[in-house]
Design a protein around this ligand. Sequence first.
Ligand code: F0G
Length: 355
Amino acid sequence: MTSSALRGTPLIERYREFLPMTDDTPVISMGEGATQLVRLDKLSECLELDVHVKLERLNPTGSIKDRGMCFAMSKAVEQGATAVICASTGNTSAAAAAYAARAGLTCAVIIPGGKIALGKLAQALIYGAKVLAVDGNFDDALRIVRELSENHPIALVNSLNPFRLEGQKTAAFEVCDALGDAPDVLCIPVGTAGNIAADGMGFGEYREAGRSSRLPRMMGFQAEGSAPLVRGEVVTSPETIATAIRIGNPVRGEQAMAAMTDSGGGVDSVTDEEILAAYRMLASSEGVFCEPSSASSVAGLIKAHAAGRFTTGERVVCVLTGNGLKDPDTAIAQSGGVIEIPADYDAAEKALYGD
Ligand code: F0G
């Protein structure tokens, strides 16, 4: 079946047998998952690898977060919740707000003030969430959200919520289904480390069920200024242009480290310069526009390749977690400027072809 045909079946129905669904679990869905894998021909040739990207921007709110959110929201409704809350660097808030709107729940989100991409903020607001911006970072926001959810009848839908991981692991299933087996290597950005932990679960469960024959080496990449797992300690003031992964205390860190090391992969960091170089290259050379955080998976692949961590011909999947359109400011800042001309033919010809 094609991706678009698959998208007609709710994600959590498609993988029902792998999820803790009950007869009472409603299916809150709007066509998430079934995202396309696209081969990067130029990069594959350049690195002598078989490189694919998984385009998670094709999810309803434009990021990978919809996978976990559709299931977390379905379970929240099953458990009788009327309100949900999350801390977010942007994408989770967009997903929570959208799925809450669809399910008829109220939604509150707490974001790091001034540090989320414009498109994500616009999404949370228009979907009707109550948006609080803290004078602090994601880790501060999460601390507050955890306390609020303990003191009030409001369901936490961050990746601390186990149902988020259950939904997110479907990305691993889809990679195996699309390729016929698990790839040699999976590269993915790491923030809270929920995604990579979920992928570890997904690849493991699929192999156990005989749906794939092996586990990929899982390589996670943090931004250098926000790399607690690489440094082995909490980063109190995380910094990076990749605001989605500007996180100093990953709540799923332990589980993620186990998944990465057990699989023969590992965690590393990439600089903002490396992230932006990959971000520009993906758009201008491969026609793939993702957000900066997502490009850290490809930046990491390039770095790991230079360090000799691949065998020629290996199949690699990089997860491009979010849509480039969410962060127009970075795209414009990273591009050549607009050339302004008067409204006449000669000026246009001169600008394009010179005198
Ligand atoms: N890529 C994007 C685009 C993200 O938004 C995130 C996380 C990640 C990668 C990392 O995933 O946290 O599971 O390790 N965004 C969260 C949010 C933190 O609030 O939207 P992770």
